[in-house]
Design a binder for this molecule. Sequence first.
Ligand code: PEP
Ligand code: MG
Length: 840
Amino acid sequence: MQNNPNTTLVTPTAPIANNTHGGRAKCLQRLVRLDLPVPRTVALSFEAVQNIARGQLPDIAAIVSQFPEDALLCVRPSSEDPDWGGPGAVLNIGMNDTRFQALVAELGAEAASSVYTRFVQSFAVDVARLDPDMFDDVAQDGQQALQDSLRAYEIEMEEPFPKDPGEQLAAVLKSMARAWDGTSARLLRQAKGAPADAGLGLVVQQMALGVGLGECGSGVLQLVDSDTGLPQITGRYLSQSQGRDAVEGDSSALYLGRDPRGPSLEDLVPDAFAELQEHAALMRIKLRAEMQLEFAVDNGKVHILDGVRVPRSSRAAVRIAVRLAQDGVISRAEALMRVEPRTLTELLHRQVRTNAVRDVIGSGIAASPGAATGAIVFTATEAQASAARGDPCILVRRETAPEDIRGMHAAQGVLTERGGITSHAAVIGRGIGLPCVVGATDMRFHRRRKELVASDGRVFSAGDIITVDGTNGQVLAGAPEMREAALDESFQTLMEWADELRDIEIRANADTPADAQTARNFQAEGIGLCRTEHMFFEPGRLTVMREMIFAESSQDRRAVLERLLPMQRADFTQLFRIMEGKPVCIRLFDPPLHEFLPTDRAGQRELADALDLPLSDVTRRIDAMMEYNPMLGLRGVRLGITVPEIYEMQARAIFEATLDASADGDPVVPEIMIPLVSAKREVELVKASIDTVASAVRLEKGQDFNYRLGVMVETPRAAIRAADIAPHCAFLSFGTNDLTQMTYGLSRDDAGRFMSDYVRQGVFPEDPFHTLDIDGVGELLQIGAQRGRAAQPDITLSICGEHGGNPESIEFCRNAGFNYVSCSPFRVPVARLAAAQLAI
Ligand code: PEP
Ligand code: MG
């Protein structure tokens, strides 16, 4: 058999590889090379298993002849990646009446019966595909259970239980090979990332029984805690058990490390326990990973049946990787590669514990990660009142609008019925690290009745406690157990290593001083997008803003803007100070003005009061400002050109803040960005106006300063005409939210309604607002970058849409020669790690 690579005895030199025999076979070979007490094993290759599925069995007698004559065998799956799963193991193959008699003599009737019964039942269910219920009425233990099971098998199958070990093995191999080809198994593994043609290997191993005389049993052991990643001997052990009995079902297995419920492995067989620790330590070094050992003890003697990577939380993954590198077991680069960037998000926020009970009452788009529990409130005002009382709350809205921002700050989490990944709630949520689920269309929201109807019809009222899990998009009843955020030393260390290697800058999108502070805490190298309009929703400012909108003449408007100027200046000064000389890119006002106006009667009446105008005037003006398609209407630079006073005020505020912050800190060179540009002339006009303001400020203050003016590429035309635009600016920043919206002709705010259908039917591979559409929007990015750079070789290129923090977008931007990506502050660590992995 040694010469047949398809059925290979696992020896140190046998030709076994992950991609021919699977991960389990390869790992077992490594353990054999380490001279660990691994029972004799034969590995069947992917090809052999494929042949079996097609009806061509390997030479069964030759396999059986590799093992001692009276040995029992087990068969386990060995897929290329252990995460892809495979059919369940079948143990105790070879049991028949003759061996039963021999085992009775050797181990006693009880142990022998339990081994035989287990085999009969698992053969019936896993191999003969009989209904497990057929064993419901058999006796629990002992010889009676065995007799009952054999009889039940015979009745169902109308034939005796197979007695020939070769025949048994052949049947097991056939059923496992076919199970791998089943539709549900295929879908399941493809969902875990397995390719359509993923192969299955099988390992046939001599049983270490785990039942019998003396101390016998089975269990698992690892040297670290799976949840924290801290060094701690962890595991379970169950006397008189087999396979994964110790960790599956309602096991009474004792925890390793002195279980108060009774004597565990270390008390029963201290030598075996010590030996297992030694083996685990050796595996850690030689296999260069924290491994979980699956073992059996037979009359005190240890057998290592298998080794798998320790199951781990995201936090543990970071700690394990860092410790392995610090101990010199792996390199720093390898440690960086071992942590999946996206999983870092789980460390940055509170999360529902993995094993917590989830009472799911609805689901939507996971718009901002982390989980939060609180009482339902239906308005931003109630959220603020709740926060003032110190009561955590979840703000539940049909969708959020800019006026909800205070309520969002006050709430622990947000849930909306409408909206997609770039809706207002989602963008703000990510920006401030607020867990958020949007587009929960399977729930019904009754604002007036103050009720939320769950997908299963249960009704929740204001004040009821719910949890939003923005990591997976679920809404849960009650308060499940949570795990706190974990920005520990290992995380910081990993991030430092990432920074040493990466070659693209990472900035953050930050609108407020609090966001900027978060960005700094996560070591962002600057602010890539400050959406200034968010500053106008502060209490006190909104009314001034509305006054400005209602101003009749340019002169009146300027007068009101004079009052906003010191507030904006203070905002910018604070941002500059927090960023300590790092670049801050400020986007001039972008949204349509009517977003700042009240939509309901009560609000309009209040506004009429505040402005001392008749209500009819107010409603008429509001109606006049309404647009059919506001996202494509009077916003961005179009406002800058038609209502130039706003940009002038903002430019002045930026320049005065520049001087203020530079006077007592690091020199500031502000970056000013013009949104929604589609034509060169727009840039020329705004540039001329800003240059004029700069000259005026220089003259008034008698001080000089520099600034950089840039353009946001958010319309397809701006990308295509980048060669016209680039000569007028120092940088181009691609706003892929609007660019995606306009490239697809797909509303950011409405796409959530049908996006899941579209993705399910394969129209779009993913939500393009979430994952950058490399083929379409990506091509516009390429065109814009190439034409812009050709026209202006020194130009700085970046991306600041929500895609900026996604590892795939970072790869794309890095390949396209971008200087930096900018993303929500809480995604900065993800981006730092992803960028480092690209450079390795
Ligand atoms: C964009 O459009 O990509 C962008 C960053 O701007 P906003 O999301 O504010 O429209
Ligand atoms: Mg935009």
